[in-house]
Design a protein around this ligand. Structure first.
Ligand SMILES: *Cc1c(COP(=O)(O)O)cnc(C)c1O
Length: 329
Protein backbone atom coordinates (compact mmCIF):
# COMPACT_ATOMS: atom_id res chain seq x y z
CA UNK A 1 0.00 0.00 0.00
CA UNK A 2 1.38 3.42 -0.98
CA UNK A 3 1.61 5.86 1.89
CA UNK A 4 0.75 9.50 1.28
CA UNK A 5 3.60 11.30 3.08
CA UNK A 6 3.49 15.01 3.95
CA UNK A 7 6.11 17.36 2.56
CA UNK A 8 9.61 17.01 3.99
CA UNK A 9 12.96 18.77 3.75
CA UNK A 10 15.81 16.43 2.82
CA UNK A 11 18.15 16.45 5.83
CA UNK A 12 19.08 12.77 6.21
CA UNK A 13 21.15 10.53 3.96
CA UNK A 14 18.51 7.97 3.07
CA UNK A 15 18.12 5.08 2.87
CA UNK A 16 20.50 4.25 5.69
CA UNK A 17 22.34 0.92 5.25
CA UNK A 18 21.04 -2.35 6.66
CA UNK A 19 24.05 -4.52 7.51
CA UNK A 20 24.45 -8.04 8.87
CA UNK A 21 26.67 -8.39 11.94
CA UNK A 22 28.27 -11.75 11.12
CA UNK A 23 30.53 -12.24 14.14
CA UNK A 24 27.88 -11.18 16.62
CA UNK A 25 25.24 -13.31 14.88
CA UNK A 26 27.52 -16.32 15.39
CA UNK A 27 28.21 -15.43 18.98
CA UNK A 28 24.56 -14.87 19.94
CA UNK A 29 23.18 -17.67 17.74
CA UNK A 30 20.76 -15.35 15.92
CA UNK A 31 20.54 -13.62 12.56
CA UNK A 32 21.42 -10.08 13.58
CA UNK A 33 21.22 -7.03 11.35
CA UNK A 34 21.79 -3.40 12.17
CA UNK A 35 19.86 -0.52 10.64
CA UNK A 36 22.37 2.31 10.53
CA UNK A 37 20.34 5.36 11.51
CA UNK A 38 23.52 6.55 13.19
CA UNK A 39 24.55 7.29 9.59
CA UNK A 40 21.73 9.70 8.74
CA UNK A 41 24.50 12.33 8.70
CA UNK A 42 27.57 13.57 10.54
CA UNK A 43 26.56 16.50 12.77
CA UNK A 44 22.98 15.71 11.80
CA UNK A 45 23.29 12.08 12.91
CA UNK A 46 20.77 9.79 14.56
CA UNK A 47 17.03 9.19 14.66
CA UNK A 48 15.95 12.79 15.29
CA UNK A 49 17.00 13.77 11.77
CA UNK A 50 14.23 11.67 10.23
CA UNK A 51 11.64 13.36 12.42
CA UNK A 52 13.08 16.80 11.70
CA UNK A 53 12.64 16.32 7.95
CA UNK A 54 8.89 16.62 8.54
CA UNK A 55 8.95 19.01 11.50
CA UNK A 56 11.21 21.48 9.69
CA UNK A 57 9.06 21.32 6.56
CA UNK A 58 6.08 22.22 8.74
CA UNK A 59 8.04 25.02 10.43
CA UNK A 60 9.04 26.41 7.04
CA UNK A 61 5.42 26.23 5.80
CA UNK A 62 4.40 28.28 8.81
CA UNK A 63 7.03 30.92 8.05
CA UNK A 64 9.08 30.17 11.17
CA UNK A 65 12.39 31.95 11.59
CA UNK A 66 13.22 30.33 14.95
CA UNK A 67 12.57 26.83 16.32
CA UNK A 68 12.22 26.14 20.05
CA UNK A 69 12.75 22.75 21.58
CA UNK A 70 13.86 21.10 24.83
CA UNK A 71 15.71 18.14 26.27
CA UNK A 72 18.32 16.92 28.72
CA UNK A 73 21.66 18.72 28.83
CA UNK A 74 23.24 16.29 26.33
CA UNK A 75 20.10 16.05 24.20
CA UNK A 76 20.77 14.58 20.75
CA UNK A 77 17.41 15.90 19.67
CA UNK A 78 18.30 19.48 20.62
CA UNK A 79 21.65 19.23 18.84
CA UNK A 80 20.03 17.81 15.69
CA UNK A 81 17.41 20.58 15.80
CA UNK A 82 20.07 23.28 16.20
CA UNK A 83 22.10 21.85 13.29
CA UNK A 84 19.00 21.51 11.09
CA UNK A 85 18.00 25.10 11.88
CA UNK A 86 21.46 26.36 10.94
CA UNK A 87 21.27 24.38 7.72
CA UNK A 88 17.96 26.04 6.86
CA UNK A 89 19.24 29.48 7.83
CA UNK A 90 16.94 30.00 10.81
CA UNK A 91 17.60 30.36 14.54
CA UNK A 92 17.15 27.88 17.38
CA UNK A 93 16.44 28.23 21.08
CA UNK A 94 17.01 25.22 23.32
CA UNK A 95 15.63 24.71 26.83
CA UNK A 96 18.18 22.36 28.36
CA UNK A 97 17.55 20.63 31.68
CA UNK A 98 20.37 20.62 34.20
CA UNK A 99 20.81 20.14 37.93
CA UNK A 100 21.91 23.69 38.68
CA UNK A 101 21.02 26.20 35.94
CA UNK A 102 23.25 28.85 37.56
CA UNK A 103 26.21 26.50 37.09
CA UNK A 104 25.70 24.94 33.64
CA UNK A 105 27.71 21.92 32.46
CA UNK A 106 30.97 22.15 30.56
CA UNK A 107 31.12 22.72 26.83
CA UNK A 108 31.36 19.11 25.62
CA UNK A 109 29.60 16.57 23.40
CA UNK A 110 26.28 17.84 22.07
CA UNK A 111 26.49 21.12 24.01
CA UNK A 112 29.63 22.06 22.12
CA UNK A 113 27.86 21.43 18.82
CA UNK A 114 24.76 23.37 19.96
CA UNK A 115 26.94 26.39 20.64
CA UNK A 116 29.05 25.94 17.54
CA UNK A 117 26.02 26.18 15.22
CA UNK A 118 24.75 29.21 17.11
CA UNK A 119 21.86 27.87 19.20
CA UNK A 120 20.62 30.02 22.07
CA UNK A 121 20.62 27.89 25.21
CA UNK A 122 18.39 28.52 28.22
CA UNK A 123 19.42 26.33 31.15
CA UNK A 124 16.44 25.19 33.19
CA UNK A 125 16.01 23.13 36.37
CA UNK A 126 14.34 19.73 36.60
CA UNK A 127 11.32 21.45 38.20
CA UNK A 128 11.03 23.94 35.37
CA UNK A 129 11.39 21.14 32.82
CA UNK A 130 8.11 19.70 34.10
CA UNK A 131 6.36 22.96 33.10
CA UNK A 132 8.20 23.20 29.78
CA UNK A 133 5.01 23.75 27.77
CA UNK A 134 4.38 26.89 29.80
CA UNK A 135 7.99 27.99 29.28
CA UNK A 136 7.69 27.39 25.52
CA UNK A 137 4.64 29.67 25.51
CA UNK A 138 6.44 32.40 27.42
CA UNK A 139 9.47 32.33 25.12
CA UNK A 140 7.28 32.15 22.02
CA UNK A 141 5.25 35.17 23.20
CA UNK A 142 8.45 37.13 23.85
CA UNK A 143 9.82 36.23 20.40
CA UNK A 144 6.57 37.21 18.69
CA UNK A 145 6.70 40.57 20.47
CA UNK A 146 10.18 40.96 18.97
CA UNK A 147 8.71 40.39 15.52
CA UNK A 148 9.85 36.79 15.09
CA UNK A 149 7.85 33.70 14.09
CA UNK A 150 8.63 30.85 16.51
CA UNK A 151 7.84 27.15 15.92
CA UNK A 152 7.77 24.82 18.91
CA UNK A 153 9.00 21.24 18.61
CA UNK A 154 8.14 19.06 21.63
CA UNK A 155 10.60 16.85 23.51
CA UNK A 156 12.32 14.40 21.16
CA UNK A 157 10.35 15.70 18.18
CA UNK A 158 7.82 13.11 19.29
CA UNK A 159 4.47 14.24 17.94
CA UNK A 160 2.37 13.23 14.94
CA UNK A 161 4.45 15.30 12.49
CA UNK A 162 7.76 13.86 13.74
CA UNK A 163 6.39 10.32 13.67
CA UNK A 164 6.28 10.48 9.86
CA UNK A 165 10.06 10.07 9.92
CA UNK A 166 9.74 6.56 11.35
CA UNK A 167 6.73 5.68 9.24
CA UNK A 168 9.10 6.25 6.35
CA UNK A 169 11.83 4.23 8.08
CA UNK A 170 9.45 1.27 8.52
CA UNK A 171 8.81 1.33 4.80
CA UNK A 172 12.53 1.58 4.11
CA UNK A 173 13.27 -1.49 6.26
CA UNK A 174 10.56 -3.56 4.58
CA UNK A 175 12.08 -2.67 1.21
CA UNK A 176 15.57 -3.69 2.40
CA UNK A 177 14.94 -7.16 3.84
CA UNK A 178 14.71 -10.41 1.92
CA UNK A 179 12.40 -13.27 2.71
CA UNK A 180 9.39 -13.32 4.98
CA UNK A 181 10.63 -14.91 8.19
CA UNK A 182 9.64 -13.35 11.52
CA UNK A 183 11.71 -10.26 12.22
CA UNK A 184 11.95 -8.12 15.34
CA UNK A 185 13.10 -4.51 15.18
CA UNK A 186 14.75 -3.74 18.51
CA UNK A 187 15.20 -0.05 19.35
CA UNK A 188 15.63 2.40 22.19
CA UNK A 189 12.60 4.32 23.40
CA UNK A 190 13.16 7.71 25.06
CA UNK A 191 10.28 9.97 24.10
CA UNK A 192 8.22 7.47 22.12
CA UNK A 193 8.25 9.00 18.64
CA UNK A 194 10.43 6.37 17.02
CA UNK A 195 8.32 3.51 18.39
CA UNK A 196 5.09 5.30 17.46
CA UNK A 197 6.27 5.94 13.90
CA UNK A 198 7.38 2.35 13.36
CA UNK A 199 4.06 1.08 14.73
CA UNK A 200 1.93 3.42 12.63
CA UNK A 201 4.06 2.57 9.60
CA UNK A 202 3.57 -1.16 10.19
CA UNK A 203 -0.19 -0.64 10.42
CA UNK A 204 -0.37 1.64 7.37
CA UNK A 205 1.61 -0.83 5.31
CA UNK A 206 -0.69 -3.61 6.48
CA UNK A 207 2.26 -5.69 7.65
CA UNK A 208 1.59 -9.02 9.30
CA UNK A 209 2.06 -8.89 13.09
CA UNK A 210 3.28 -12.48 12.85
CA UNK A 211 6.18 -11.42 10.65
CA UNK A 212 6.91 -7.93 11.94
CA UNK A 213 7.52 -7.35 15.63
CA UNK A 214 8.76 -4.15 17.21
CA UNK A 215 10.56 -4.31 20.55
CA UNK A 216 11.03 -0.94 22.26
CA UNK A 217 13.49 -0.87 25.15
CA UNK A 218 12.63 2.11 27.31
CA UNK A 219 15.59 4.04 28.73
CA UNK A 220 13.51 6.15 31.13
CA UNK A 221 10.02 6.12 32.67
CA UNK A 222 8.09 2.83 32.36
CA UNK A 223 5.81 0.74 30.16
CA UNK A 224 2.58 2.48 31.19
CA UNK A 225 4.06 5.88 30.49
CA UNK A 226 5.02 4.91 26.95
CA UNK A 227 1.74 3.15 26.25
CA UNK A 228 0.10 6.54 26.90
CA UNK A 229 2.62 8.53 24.87
CA UNK A 230 2.49 6.21 21.86
CA UNK A 231 -1.28 5.99 22.01
CA UNK A 232 -1.54 9.77 22.00
CA UNK A 233 0.67 10.04 18.91
CA UNK A 234 -1.04 7.13 17.10
CA UNK A 235 -4.50 8.62 17.74
CA UNK A 236 -3.65 11.39 15.23
CA UNK A 237 -3.52 8.91 12.35
CA UNK A 238 -6.91 8.02 10.98
CA UNK A 239 -5.26 5.86 8.32
CA UNK A 240 -3.96 3.54 11.05
CA UNK A 241 -6.83 3.28 13.48
CA UNK A 242 -6.97 1.32 16.67
CA UNK A 243 -5.85 1.98 20.18
CA UNK A 244 -2.38 0.99 21.23
CA UNK A 245 -2.24 -1.13 24.37
CA UNK A 246 0.49 -2.94 26.29
CA UNK A 247 -0.33 -6.18 24.46
CA UNK A 248 -0.28 -4.79 20.94
CA UNK A 249 0.35 -7.44 18.29
CA UNK A 250 3.17 -5.44 16.62
CA UNK A 251 4.82 -3.42 19.38
CA UNK A 252 6.04 -4.57 22.77
CA UNK A 253 7.56 -2.16 25.26
CA UNK A 254 10.23 -4.10 27.11
CA UNK A 255 10.63 -2.50 30.52
CA UNK A 256 13.51 -3.37 32.82
CA UNK A 257 16.53 -1.71 31.23
CA UNK A 258 16.38 1.79 32.66
CA UNK A 259 19.06 0.57 35.06
CA UNK A 260 20.40 3.31 37.30
CA UNK A 261 18.20 5.88 35.60
CA UNK A 262 18.10 8.08 32.53
CA UNK A 263 21.61 8.87 31.26
CA UNK A 264 23.17 6.81 34.08
CA UNK A 265 25.08 3.70 33.13
CA UNK A 266 25.80 0.39 34.82
CA UNK A 267 29.20 -1.25 34.23
CA UNK A 268 27.61 -4.20 32.41
CA UNK A 269 25.95 -1.82 29.93
CA UNK A 270 29.25 -0.10 29.22
CA UNK A 271 31.02 -3.44 28.88
CA UNK A 272 28.52 -4.58 26.25
CA UNK A 273 28.99 -1.26 24.44
CA UNK A 274 32.77 -1.67 24.51
CA UNK A 275 32.62 -5.29 23.33
CA UNK A 276 30.46 -4.39 20.32
CA UNK A 277 32.85 -1.57 19.41
CA UNK A 278 35.73 -4.04 19.46
CA UNK A 279 33.94 -6.89 17.68
CA UNK A 280 32.10 -4.94 14.98
CA UNK A 281 33.40 -1.35 14.99
CA UNK A 282 29.86 -0.24 15.83
CA UNK A 283 29.86 2.68 18.25
CA UNK A 284 26.82 2.86 20.52
CA UNK A 285 25.94 5.66 22.92
CA UNK A 286 25.53 5.04 26.66
CA UNK A 287 22.15 6.79 27.05
CA UNK A 288 20.00 5.12 24.36
CA UNK A 289 21.43 2.67 21.85
CA UNK A 290 23.80 1.13 24.42
CA UNK A 291 20.95 0.36 26.82
CA UNK A 292 18.75 -0.93 23.99
CA UNK A 293 21.50 -3.20 22.73
CA UNK A 294 22.20 -4.44 26.26
CA UNK A 295 18.48 -5.22 26.47
CA UNK A 296 18.63 -7.08 23.15
CA UNK A 297 21.43 -9.35 24.36
CA UNK A 298 19.43 -10.18 27.50
CA UNK A 299 16.05 -10.72 25.82
CA UNK A 300 17.02 -13.14 23.05
CA UNK A 301 14.56 -15.86 24.17
CA UNK A 302 11.68 -13.36 23.69
CA UNK A 303 12.85 -12.21 20.25
CA UNK A 304 12.65 -13.81 16.80
CA UNK A 305 15.60 -15.55 15.15
CA UNK A 306 16.03 -12.63 12.74
CA UNK A 307 16.62 -9.38 14.60
CA UNK A 308 17.17 -5.89 13.27
CA UNK A 309 18.80 -3.60 15.80
CA UNK A 310 17.89 -0.02 14.95
CA UNK A 311 20.94 2.08 15.75
CA UNK A 312 19.41 5.44 16.64
CA UNK A 313 22.73 7.33 16.88
CA UNK A 314 23.87 9.45 19.82
CA UNK A 315 27.63 9.24 19.36
CA UNK A 316 28.25 12.70 20.83
CA UNK A 317 26.79 11.51 24.13
CA UNK A 318 29.67 9.07 24.37
CA UNK A 319 32.33 11.72 24.96
CA UNK A 320 30.89 13.09 28.23
CA UNK A 321 30.89 9.43 29.45
CA UNK A 322 34.67 9.03 29.02
CA UNK A 323 35.26 8.95 32.77
CA UNK A 324 32.76 6.15 33.37
CA UNK A 325 34.24 4.16 30.49
CA UNK A 326 37.90 4.58 31.38
CA UNK A 327 38.13 1.66 33.88
CA UNK A 328 36.95 -0.65 31.09
CA UNK A 329 39.49 0.44 28.52
C1 LIG B 1 16.15 10.36 21.21
C2 LIG B 1 16.94 9.15 21.01
C3 LIG B 1 16.34 7.88 21.09
C4 LIG B 1 14.92 7.66 21.48
O1 LIG B 1 14.01 7.93 20.45
P1 LIG B 1 12.55 8.46 20.82
O2 LIG B 1 11.91 8.65 19.51
O3 LIG B 1 12.76 9.73 21.57
O4 LIG B 1 11.90 7.43 21.67
C5 LIG B 1 17.13 6.77 20.85
N1 LIG B 1 18.44 6.90 20.57
C6 LIG B 1 19.05 8.09 20.50
C7 LIG B 1 20.49 8.14 20.23
C8 LIG B 1 18.31 9.26 20.71
O5 LIG B 1 18.93 10.44 20.65
Amino acid sequence: MAIDFPERVALANLPTPLQRLDRTSDELGVDLYIKRDDLTGAALSGNKVRKLEYLMADARDQGADIVLTCGGEQSNHCRATAVAAAKLGIKSLLLLRTKDPTNPPALGGNILLDKLVGADIVWISYDDYRRRMELFEQHAARLRAEGMTPYVIPEGGSNAMGAWGYIRCMQEIVDQVDGDEPTTIVHACGSGGTSAGLLIGARMLGLSPDQWKLAAINVCDDQNYFVDVINRIASNFSAAPGTFTADDSHLQIIDGYVGRGYAKSRPEELQTLRDLARREAIILDPVYSGKAYFGLTNELPRLSQRIIFLHTGGIFGLFPAAKALSPLL
